[in-house]
Every structure is written in C-alpha cells, then in structure tokens.
Design a protein around this ligand. Structure first.
Ligand code: RET
Length: 227
C-alpha cells in the first residue's frame, strides 16, 4: 500500500515541478522568476526522492520489523529551507529572521532524524520532543516577528500574510503529529497510512503551497505593493 502512495507522490511532484519550471522560464518579472524557481526545485527534489521510495529504496527494516524511511529526511532537509526562503522572500523578512528560521529548521530536521533512527522508544520520543521544541520556536517566529516584519513592509497586504501563515502552520504542525501516530512513534497506525498521510501532506505543502504563494504574490501586486 505504501508503494502506491509513493508513485502518486512521484506523479504529483513531477507535474508540480513541470508546471513551476515552465512558469519560471516564462516569468516576465524577477519576483515571479524567484518564486517559481524555488517551487520548481522544491518539487523536483521531492519527485526524485519519491522515485527512490517508489522503486523500493531509501528505507530499511530493523530487527523488530519496523520500517524506517530515512530518505524522507533527505527530502525535508533540502526542501524545507527552500520553502522557508520562499515565505521569507514574500514577507521581505530581515536577514536575522531568515537565519533564525533556517537554523531552527535544520536543528528540527536533524533531531527528528535522530528520533527516527533510534531503536529505543523512550529515547526516540525524547528526541521527538527536542525536535518539536525547535518547531514551536519556528511557529512562534512566524506568528510574531515574521508577521510584524511583513506587515511593516507591506501594510496593505496584512490579510495575505495572516492567511499564508495560517495555512503554513496547519500543514507543518501535522508532520510531528503523523510521526507520533506512526510506527516510529506510538505505533497507532501502520506504514501504509503513514505513507498516505505524509504523501498528502507533502503534496499540499509543496505543490499546493506553491499555488498559494503565487496567489499571495498576485494579491500583493494588486495591492500595489510589489517591489
Ligand atoms: C518530525 C519528527 C520530529 C518532530 C518534528 C518533525 C517535523 C517535521 C516537519 C516537516 C515538514 C516538512 C515539509 C516538507 C515538504 O513539503 C521530523 C516529523 C517537529 C515540520 C513541509
């Protein structure tokens, strides 16, 4: 069952990278080139790694029968910084904020990876909590400083940032929850439902969010605030 979802993920990411790639090549203005190029690479990286998973690689089964799909962390480690760059570009974030978000994000994925590969339950849940601490800091920064800076730079577009931050936080918050439900965490759902949930989240957070980001930029333009 998990395999089917990997193929679906591959197709969605391939279509997404195709659409965003063509849009990037045709974009008349620099701001559109930047945005579409970021989402092109976000989807391209995911497409390649979904191909790895769909063809049965990128994971191992430990002695107790638990399957660990480590290649997900390669995708997340590479694509989440690009997602954050796109958001901070839209919100004209300051360099200190960008640095903090990228740093906390790298910390979150690195410690989440440790949580995933550790065999002992108690230890692995402790690393999950450490990783989630970094995620809470990221969420805090988006609700506070990110919105403040974006609204100071683009005062007519406040609603655009309220919406994009809300959708961003709903999607990203679901990741640690799915992890906790999966065999890596409390083992309440199996590998199949885990693959389904992560695939849907990945498609929404990459392809879906790419369109939301584009829609946000369009609204910023309509508000007369595009640089
Ligand atoms: C893990 C487990 C440990 C605790 C936390 C996690 C958070 C992961 C997140 C991933 C986001 C991925 C995206 C991918 C591509 O679109 C590592 C699952 C907090 C937030 C957005």
């Amino acid at each position: 069952m998990a395999q089917t979802w990997y193929w679906i993920g591959l197709v969605a990411m391939a279509v997404g990278s195709g659409v965003f790639g063509v849009a990037a090549a045709r974009a008349p203005e620099r701001r559109w080139q930047i945005l579409w190029t970021l989402y092109f690479f976000i989807c391209l990286i995911a497409a390649v790694l979904y191909l790895v998973m769909a063809t049965g690689f990128g994971s191992y089964v430990s002695a107790d029968g638990t399957k660990t799909t480590w290649v997900r962390y390669v995708t997340w480690f590479t694509s989440t910084p690009l997602l954050l760059l796109a958001l901070t570009y839209l919100g004209r974030s300051s360099m200190p904020l960008v640095a903090s978000l990228l740093g906390a994000n790298a910390f979150m994925i690195a410690t989440g990876f440790v949580a995933t590969i550790l065999p002992e339950d108690a230890l692995s849940l402790t690393w999950w909590a450490i990783s989630t601490g970094a995620y809470v800091a990221i969420a805090w920064a988006f609700l506070g400083r990110y919105k403040r800076e974006a609204k100071a730079a683009l005062p007519a577009s406040g609603a655009v940032f309220d919406r994009i931050v809300l959708v961003h936080l709903i999607l990203w918050t679901a990741y640690p929850v799915v992890w906790m439900l999966s065999p890596e965490g409390l083992d309440l759902v199996g590998d199949g439902p885990e693959a389904l949930m992560f695939t849907i989240l990945d498609i929404a957070a990459k392809v879906g969010f790419g369109f939301l980001a584009a829609n946000s930029l369009r609204q910023i333009e309509q508000n007369g605030e595009a640089a």
